[in-house]
Design a protein around this ligand. Structure first.
Ligand code: KG4
Ligand code: ZN
Length: 338
C-alpha cells in the first residue's frame, strides 16, 4: 500500500510518500522561513500563495524520487487541520483533486495526530499505550495514548504554547523568526545559574501548563541586564532551563499518575536538544524510555501526514469527495479507526 501525504497547515509545504513495505520512500519540503522573516512571523495570505506555487512541483519531485508512476498511489492524505485556514485549503484542495484525477481515495489527517504518530516511523518504535508530550508552535499537550485515535487529554497550555513562548522570547532577544532554534543556539553560549526563571504552575497539582509569564520574566530580566551578547545568552539559557524543567516536572507527574513508562515527545519543540536530554534523564530515573522523531520529522513535514494517513486508510477510513479544512480541531474529537 502506498500513500502520498501533503502538509500545508502553516509555513512549510511538505510532500512525502509512504510505502508499507519500504517505509518513507520520498520526503520533500519547502520552508517559507525566508518569505516571512522580514515580517517577524507568518503572514497567512503569503503562506497560502506560496503553498499554491510549491505543492504541485513538490508532488512531481516526490514521485520522481520514489521512482513510481502516479497510478501506484493508493490514497492521498492531507492535513485538514488545525492550522491557518487559507494554507489548509490549498493543500486540501490539491490533495483532493489529485485523488480524484488518480481515481483513489483521499484521507483527511489531523496535524497533531501526524506529529504524535511520527515517532513510530523510527526504529525502535514506541508501543501503545504511552504518554505523548506534544510541543509545537500552537500546542502544548500531555496525552494518554491507548491506540490510534484513542487519546485522553491529561493537560494542556492555558495560554502560550511552548513553541510560542520560545518564539516570543527569541523576538524580545532580537533573534527574529523562527525563534526556537535561534534561542536554543544562543543558550549554548549561556552560563548556568546566572538567573533563575520560574517553573510555572509546578507548585500546584495538575498537568496544565502556562508559559506566557516566562516571556514577561525574560523581558524584565533583559531590561535590567547590560544588553551584552553574554547577558542575552545567559537569559536564553535560563529560559530554556525553565521550559525543560517545567516539562520534565509535568511529565513525571503524568508518568506517576498513569503508571505508563513510555514517553513520546513530538512537535517542533521536541527538536530541542536540551529538552530531549532532560526528558531522557527523567525516564532513566523513572525506569522507562523516551521516544522522539528524527529532527526533520519533529517540525512540520509531509512524512508524518503520509504515515498517519496510511494508518487511518489501512483501517478503511477515507474522507469522500469533500474538501475538509478545520482551523480549530481538538485532537480528542478523533475516534479510533475502522
Ligand atoms: O511543529 P511545528 O513545526 O509547527 C507547528 O505545528 O506549530 O513547530 C514549530 C515550533 C516553533 O515555535 C519553533 O520555534 C519551535 O517549534 N522549534 C523549536 C526548536 N525547533 C523548532 N523550539 C525550541 N528549540 C528548537 N530546537
Ligand atoms: Zn506542526
Amino acid at each position: 500500500m502506498i500513500v502520498l501525504g501533503i502538509e500545508s497547515s502553516c509555513d512549510e509545504t511538505g510532500v512525502a510518500i509512504y510505502d508499507d513495505k519500504k517505509g518513507i520512500i520520498a520526503d520533500v519540503l519547502h520552508s517559507q522561513v525566508k518569505l516571512h522573516a522580514q515580517y517577524g512571523g507568518v503572514v497567512p495570505e503569503l503562506a497560502s500563495r506560496d503553498h499554491v506555487r510549491r505543492t504541485v512541483p513538490l508532488v512531481r519531485e516526490a514521485l520522481k524520487i520514489a521512482d513510481i508512476e502516479d497510478n501506484k498511489i493508493d490514497a492521498v492524505a492531507y492535513t485538514a487541520g488545525p492550522g491557518l485556514i487559507g494554507a489548509l485549503l490549498v493543500g486540501a484542495s490539491m490533495a483532493r483533486s489529485l485523488a480524484f484525477a488518480w481515481e483513489c481515495p483521499a484521507v483527511a489527517v489531523h496535524h497533531m495526530e501526524g506529529h504524535l504518530l511520527a515517532p513510530m516511523l523510527e526504529d525502535p518504535a514506541p508501543e501503545f499505550p504511552f504518554i505523548a508530550l506534544l510541543v509545537s508552535g500552537g500546542h502544548t499537550q500531555l496525552i494518554e495514548v491507548s491506540g490510534i485515535g484513542q487519546y485522553k487529554l491529561l493537560g494542556e497550555s492555558l495560554d502560550d504554547a511552548a513553541g510560542e513562548a520560545f518564539d516570543k522570547t527569541a523576538k524580545i532577544l532580537g533573534l527574529g523568526y523562527p525563534g526556537g532554534p535561534a534561542l536554543a543556539k544562543l543558550a549554548l553560549k549561556g552560563k548556568p545559574n546566572v538567573h533563575k526563571f520560574p517553573r510555572p504552575m509546578t507548585n500546584r497539582p495538575g498537568l496544565d501548563f502556562s508559559f506566557s509569564g516566562l516571556k514577561t520574566f525574560a523581558a524584565n530580566t533583559i531590561r535590567s541586564s547590560d544588553g551584552s551578547e553574554q547577558a542575552h545568552a545567559d537569559i536564553a539559557h535560563a529560559f530554556q532551563e525553565a521550559v525543560s524543567e517545567t516539562l520534565a516536572i509535568k511529565c513525571r507527574r503524568a508518568i506517576r499518575e498513569t503508571g505508563l513508562k513510555t514517553l513520546v515527545i513530538a512537535g517542533g519543540v521536541s527538536a530541542n536538544m536540551r529538552i530531549r536530554e532532560r526528558l531522557e534523564k527523567l525516564l532513566v530515573q523513572e525506569g522507562g524510555s523516551v521516544f522522539y522523531p528524527r529532527p526533520e520529522f519533529c517540525t512540520d513535514n509531509g512524512a508524518m501526514i503520509a504515515y498517519a494517513g496510511y494508518l487511518r486508510f489501512k483501517t478503511g477510513e477515507t474522507t469522500g469527495l469533500a474538501i475538509k479544512a478545520r482551523p480549530r480541531w481538538p485532537l480528542t474529537e478523533l475516534k479510533a479507526g475502522g
